[in-house]
Design a protein around this ligand. Sequence first.
Ligand code: HSE
Length: 383
Amino acid sequence: MTGRSPDAPLRIALLGLGTVAREVARALTERVNELRLVTGGRELQLVVLGVRDPGRSRGLELPPDLRLTDDLADVAGSPDADVVVELLGGLDPAEGLLRHALESGHGVITANKALLARRGLRLEALARSRELPLRFEAAVGGGIPILGPLASDLAANRWSSVRAILNGTTNYILSAMADQGQPYADVLADAQARGYAEADPAGDVEGRDAADKLAILTRFAFGSWIDVDAIPRAPDGLDGPGRPGISGVTGGDLARAREAGLMIRLLAQASRVDGELRVSVVPTAVATGGGFGRTDGVENRIELRGEPIGRVAFSGPGAGGGATSSAVLGDLIAIARGAGSSWAGLPPAIPARLVADAGRLDGSGPTLRTDTTRYPVLEEQPL
Ligand code: HSE
């Protein structure tokens, strides 16, 4: 990235051509002049596309000069690119490709929450040591801007808790099962057809995807990369932990909750209590008319409490190609304007004391249960 004029085109290498990447490629092909208006005149130029199967590009109009290859390492280290956009997903080869890109002097943009949640500490260290931008707004909340505000406009706050719906697929499933009484398998197939679910939807329904995003949020709100695999994803049951994520939630659970004015949501929580971080991602009963209860379908919602702001909430589309491409394109625009990494001026991550906490809210007091639901009940105050 170094040595080029700040007015020269930002040359982009794209890895992957899945649901989100197709929308990014489409925008970089069809909206070149429009995007130039918001980069201060700099062109966002897609120069090389790396795909495991070049046949995937069929049916998509792409820039005429675009180089198309299945040699992903060649794309990551490409001397004719300034920035590499990784939209392959998965841990490997994605991590090696990102490291190769940074070591080749390229800025990097990724939506890969699984990779960041597990290897964020060392990727952050590499990007910092190379003084290159590593941006990943699309990794949390789909199209919702959340990492940027936490690192910049909200950076003065000391956060005490994060509560969030972070997985569009499970929220879509829970909404459709509760509202239309549709069977789980049908709704999951529908969410997959809409491009919300991961390649292996078990990661969505068992809460791993939401836990990955909570780990990234925790780094931004509390300054530490935590052990994502220590985040509990199964609710406490009378006979021990239940099934992970929403995989144990039944139509009957949803119907009984509804009679009591409650909805079941997969709620991710992180809070700081006496210097410890308490984290969980478990199905939780919320008031139908509250902020989380009204978060329907593929929407996500992220609420933070802190001082001096009090409570602040973000909501919007949490999955889907179009919405998520908005965040990736936003990161490209930021790099074209000369911005650095997603963490902006936040200090390097520090170690944290972590308490895996599946059954408590705000890290204090017992799990709340009622006769009508076997899940913890969130007591919400109006915003
Ligand atoms: N599978 C994810 C979800 C995609 O449903 O939220 C967006 O990260």
